[in-house]
Design a protein around this ligand. Structure first.
Ligand SMILES: Nc1ncnc2c1ncn2[C@@H]1O[C@H](COP(=O)(O)OP(=O)(O)OP(=O)(O)O)[C@@H](O)[C@H]1O
Length: 309
């Protein structure tokens, strides 16, 4: 758990972070969302003491961050940034092993851990272990950055716009991978983005910053309402807020028993936004949600979807 207790950061007259009170619960992905300059990175960097608060407290797993030496603190906290920051003359395996080596793990344990992590982030070790960073695509490099951050199994991960420099398809792939990795590892993740769709896809908890102030926090589906605070409506777009809300609701929730013949079929974990997009793309009044061993599937109709908007 990370707790921000009335945390502020001032630079001269400028208030970058203004009395923020926020908890990042254990095992959740908390997304800090806000326009450029709203204070997201400043707040995130206070967790690993790259920035110190001007006032207030940052508690990392119940402990005042200031009471722990920054180097000790950073060993417990994985950090992933947009520019990745891999060491260019080190092979992938050496980059991933950075922190375990600092911790003087035995070589065999480091080697096994490197293989396991490369598998986890979707880079087969046989193909990627010995490559250099310049032999990787941007998405692959970011996957190595994620493996490196996870190497010593830290309970917390800080991710500062990690996918912002990637093309949309690669970015979606990494978002899906991150959710899967999160499910498998149960890490507590604080993730910064200014991309509203990325925030909705990833957030268990969404925290919206505006001009250094925390203006809303909660589950996306609870925040995305017509009566949301003005900065939230402005960020998501007044007209688009209902559309974004559909992305937070599983299509499965509106699926009714019955088969409407030739209706197109959605994946079992698709959202209502995907259902709507498929209806629009195919001119279909209904879509089927595929069944799984644990969910019955069924049909979502245009009329019931409109009622949810
Ligand atoms: N070292 C610094 N010195 C002076 N002002 C700073 C410093 N770091 C940040 N700021 C200011 O604090 C405010 C918040 O910056 P911050 O980088 O946290 O915003 P952000 O929401 O992460 O923006 P972006 O999405 O563009 O990275 C900005 O007005 C910025 O100019």
């Amino acid at each position: 758990m990370i707790t921000f207790d009335k945390v502020s950061r001032r630079y001269g007259d400028r208030v970058a972070v203004d009395h923020v009170e926020l908890e990042v619960p254990d095992g959740e992905i908390c997304v800090l969302l806000g326009e450029s300059g709203s204070g997201k990175s400043t707040l995130l960097r206070m967790v690993n003491r790259l920035v110190e608060p001007s006032s207030g407290l940052v508690l990392v797993q119940g402990q005042d961050a200031r009471s722990v030496h920054p180097q000790q603190l950073r060993l417990k906290i994985g950090y992933v940034i947009q520019s990745v920051g891999l060491f260019p003359h080190w092979r992938v395996e050496d980059n991933v092993a950075t922190v375990p080596r600092l911790l003087k793990w035995p070589p065999r344990k480091i080697s096994e851990r490197t293989d396991a992590l490369l598998d986890l982030v979707g880079l087969p070790p046989k193909l990627f272990r010995t490559r250099f960073p310049h032999e990787l695509s941007g998405g692959q490099a970011q996957r190595v950055g994620l493996a490196r951050a996870l190497a010593a199994d830290p309970p917390l991960l800080l991710m500062d716009e990690p996918f912002s420099a990637l093309d949309p398809a690669t970015r979606r792939g990494l978002q899906t991978s991150l959710r899967q990795i999160h499910q498998e590892t149960g890490k507590t993740i604080l993730f910064v983005t200014h991309d509203v769709e990325e925030a909705i896809v990833l957030a268990d908890k969404l925290a919206v910053l505006d001009d250094g102030k925390l203006v809303a926090q909660g589950r996306s589906r609870d925040l995305l309402r017509p009566d949301a605070p003005y900065p939230v409506r402005q960020l998501f777009g007044q007209e688009a807020i209902a559309f974004h809300r559909l992305a937070t609701i599983p299509a499965q929730m509106l699926a009714e028993p019955g088969d409407y013949g030739m209706a197109p079929v959605l994946e079992p974990n698709a959202s209502l936004k995907q259902a709507l997009m498929m209806m629009l793309a195919q001119g279909a009044p209904a879509v089927k949600v595929a069944e799984t061993a644990s969910t019955p599937g069924g049909t979502v109709q245009w009329s019931s979807l409109l009622e949810r908007l």
